[in-house]
Each structure stands twice: as C-alpha cells, then as structure tokens.
Ligand binder design. Structure first.
Ligand code: SAM
Length: 212
C-alpha cells in the first residue's frame, strides 16, 4: 500500500518525489521499517522484492553502508525516484521466480514490504518460495504487509490503494492467513520476531529465518 498511481504522479510534476514521500508517510514510517530491519539483521547482500520506485531502497542503502543492495520489480520504471548512492546498488526488472532460478542462495537478507496485497492470490506463495530459494541457509526474510482488520484506517488504506494507487485487484490478508502462508513456505517456527511499524498497528513486520 501507499504508492501513488501514474496519473496522480504526473499531476505533481517537479514535486512528485516530495508528494510521494508525504503520501507514503500517512501509511507507513519507512524510517521505522528500516530501523526494524537493522535491529534484526546485519546483511552483506540484500534483495528487495517489489522495490517500486526506491523509497525503502534509499533507507536500506543508507542504513547498511557495507551491504550490496539489489531491488527487483515487475514495473519498468523501478528505482526511478531513488536518490541514494549509486555504487553497490542494482535495480533489475525481473520476477523473483526467475531470479531464484538464476541466483539461488545468493542473499543473506530478503525484504518484501507492502507487495503481497498487490499480487494475485494464486501467485503469492510462489513469491515467498522464490524468496526462500534466493536466501542462503541461515538467511533472513523481513516480510511486511498490511493486516486486514475492520478499522477506520483500513478503509482509508483500501480507498488509497484503489483510487490513488490505481490497483483495483488489491486484497489484504488477515493475520492468520499471513502466518499460515509463511509457515507453509518456511516451516512452523520460522518466524522468530514480529513488530508493528509506525504509525499503525496493522503494519506488521515478521522476521523469518531460513533454516540451514
Ligand atoms: C507499495 S509498492 C512498495 C515498494 C517498496 N517495497 C517500498 O516499500 O518502498 C508495491 C510494489 O510491489 C510491486 N509488485 C506487485 N506485484 C509484484 C510481483 N509479482 N513481483 C514483484 N513486485 C511486484 C509493484 O510493482 C510495486 O512497485
């Protein structure tokens, strides 16, 4: 959740980046997200699946100055608003499934932030399987999605995703569905920590460990 669609983006012209950041902040504090990832891991090779235009990428490359960062997405303009360092950073338009075939076990940290509710149901498990295959043994996945719960902010997130983000197919999973999906792919007990990301309790991040 939280990205603004192309029509809205165009309307803001030179202020697009600032507007995009302000808009995103209504729903998630990306600084807090990066802080959680920092508290949970010390990666050297990071993969972000569904990196979008590079908002979280900017925090991760700043907060992990020793690590290499790879951002992948299915959109053509991925990393377009990224303004962090250019060395040790790569953006690639490729699916997680294809990358998993090319580079299995390469990464020690995979991040999936606010992606799965945009993905058709039938493809969700495949992305987590790819994330698992892309991780080295002992590697970590930080998975964060919006938890479906009947609250006023939930209604606002939905309206924003559909009408501002332009994604008519959005579907948020309730907590038990998120937990079951992670357990199916990584095994029972693979979640070793969880934490709410500011400013909403429905931003729930999981630390998932791939067993060696
Ligand atoms: C709200 S943005 C999140 C961007 C980034 N993770 C962040 O937090 O700044 C969601 C992104 O998920 C991407 N996405 C949707 N389906 C995907 C898929 N099947 N594989 C990879 N990325 C996907 C979208 O293209 C979009 O860029």
């Amino acid at each position: 959740m939280g990205s603004i669609g192309r029509t809205v983006r165009k309307a803001f012209g030179p202020y697009e980046r600032q507007v995009s950041e302000l808009y995103r902040r209504i729903f998630i504090d990306l600084e807090d997200m990066s802080r959680a990832i920092r508290d949970w891991s010390e990666p050297t090779d990071i993969l972000e699946i569904g990196c979008g235009e590079g908002a979280l990428a900017e925090r991760l490359t700043r907060d992990f100055p020793q690590a290499h960062y790879t951002g992948i997405d299915i959109i053509p303009h991925l990393g377009r608003l990224y303004e962090g360092p250019a060395d040790r950073v790569q953006f690639q338009q490729v699916t997680a499934e294809d990358l998993a075939v090319q580079q299995p076990g390469r990464f020690d940290l995979v991040v999936i932030n606010d992606v799965l509710h945009h993905v058709p149901d039938a493809l969700r498990e495949g992305i987590l399987v790819a994330a698992r295959d892309l991780l080295a043994p002992g590697g970590k996945l930080v998975f964060k999605d919006w938890v479906r719960r009947p609250t006023p902010i939930h209604a606002a997130v939905y309206v924003a995703d559909v009408h501002v983000g332009g994604d008519k197919g959005v579907r948020y999973m309730p907590l038990d569905e998120q937990e079951a999906l992670i357990a199916r792919v990584f095994g029972a007990g693979a979640v070793t920590a969880r934490r709410s990301i500011a400013p909403w309790g429905q931003n729930l991040a999981f630390l998932v460990e791939k067993r060696g």
